[in-house]
Design a protein around this ligand. Structure first.
Ligand code: CTP
Length: 402
């Protein structure tokens, strides 16, 4: 899956012959799952039509402050567009536009949008070789990089003038590769290994029966998918669930019993940075597992249960530099009980789900959590489990950077 998936891209096209390549560029963005809005200078329209770009991007194309063809003359808001984007890419970026960007000139809609954008800005220069080499162009490159804008260097090759040299806009595929590499390298969990447990565990009574619980595994799976998106290397140890993982980069280990989950977690613990125990582990298991199906005889049946291994607590004892995160589901004295677990299991923080909160819990799509540290507590609103996973990972990133 591309890191560009779901990203909001503002593509600024200026008036150079390489503008014809932006049709392919928009296609590649859309294919990667990005949402592209195009802003063009008036000169860019000489090289490629807004209709081509709006058809490919499935979005309106902007090129002036007012909509000339619209009788009601709608005002196009450059500030809103600038704030909407996750990043802006100016490609092709002509010498003229680059010089205006460097000097703060905003005499067209694209430049006003550029000046309003708070997001990262990339620019892919395209011009003839002598223009590319000119000290004033070099000056624009330097100035823009001082502004933290990121240059996608032009390539060497045949230019529209017929000359050979530097100045050819990077090919659309190269631009996409450059952006993917940039965003992957800068992901906040890049280089981190995260181990997650999810779902219930089943404890066998006999060959056909077991003790289990209603955990869907959704919370742990959401955390795993989100952590992978943020660049982490993820190992997900899952008890029996119906969920599937689309992301091929997640190492999914399926287990059934607590013992199997315990062994899998211990075998990976040494090499990881973070352990998140999102599984609803069975606390007890039958002392003896019958090797034949237990026949119905008396009016009642007594099973003797014994405690399962506490996976999280056992890893808390082993903890070296790893960060440990647990979950607590409480019905009374919630914060006090959660803090006791935090201490007892040697955790960095614990995520408290309260059963007293409507919409929180096992089978629901939403969750309402508090994150409890030894010395502080943060309360969150009722959110989807995906958003809760994002909140938990934001806390983990803070913890790792502290
Ligand atoms: N946990 C675990 N192994 C167990 C039991 C729990 O790893 N055998 C983890 C859970 O994944 C969760 C945390 O420990 O992150 C808290 O689990 P919980 O069942 O609420 O706590 P217990 O210590 O079992 O206490 P109690 O059931 O009495 O509330």
């Amino acid at each position: 899956m591309s890191v560009l998936k779901g990203k909001k891209v503002l593509l600024g096209i200026t008036g150079g012959i390489a503008a014809y390549k932006t049709a392919a560029l928009v296609r590649l963005f859309v294919k990667a799952g990005a949402n592209v809005k195009v802003v063009m200078t008036p000169a860019a329209k000489e090289f490629i039509t807004p209709l081509t770009l709006s058809t490919l991007s499935k979005n309106e194309v902007f090129s002036s402050f007012t909509d000339e063809e619209d009788e009601n003359e709608k005002w196009n808001n450059h500030v809103e567009l600038g704030l909407w984007a996750d990043f802006m890419l100016i490609a092709p970026a002509t010498a003229s536009t680059l010089s205006k960007m460097a000097s703060g000139n905003s005499d067209n809609f694209l430049l006003a949008t550029y000046l309003s954008a708070k997001c990262p800005v990339f620019f892919a220069p395209a011009m003839d070789l002598d223009m590319y080499k000119h000290p004033s162009t070099k000056n624009s490159f330097e100035k823009l990089q001082e502004f933290q804008n990121i240059m996608i260097p032009a390539g060497d090759g045949e230019l529209a003038s017929g000359l050979h040299g530097e100045g050819r806009m990077a090919e659309p595929e190269e631009i996409i590769q450059f952006l993917e590499h940039h965003f992957t390298e800068n992901l906040p969990l890049k280089g981190k290994k995260i181990l997650i447990t999810a779902g219930p565990t089943y404890e066998a009574i006999d060959p056909v029966r077991f003790i289990g619980n209603h955990s869907s595994g959704k919370m742990g799976y959401e955390i795993a998918e989100n952590a992978a998106k943020l660049g982490a290397e993820v190992i997900l140890i899952s008890g029996p669930t119906h969920l599937i993982i689309d992301d091929k980069d997640i190492n999914l280990i399926r287990v059934t019993s607590t013992r199997e989950m315990y062994e899998a977690a211990h075998s990976h613990f040494e090499n990881i940075d973070v352990f998140i125990a999102a599984a609803a582990v069975a606390d007890y298991k039958p002392k003896v597992v019958a090797d034949q199906k237990i026949k119905k005889k008396d009016d009642s049946l007594t099973l003797e249960l014994t405690k399962t291994e506490d996976i999280l607590a056992s890893l808390g004892c082993k903890k070296a530099n790893q960060k440990l995160v647990g979950f607590a589901l409480e019905t009374n004295n919630e914060v006090e009980n959660a803090r006791k677990k935090l201490k007892k299991k040697n955790l960095d923080f614990i995520v408290l789900n309260s059963l007293n909160d409507k919409g929180a819990g096992f089978k629901s799509e939403t969750n309402k959590i508090s994150i409890i540290y030894p010395d502080k507590k943060k309360d969150f609103d009722l959110k989807s489990k995906k958003e809760v996973a994002e909140d938990i990972l934001t806390e983990i990133i803070e913890l790792l950077n502290a």
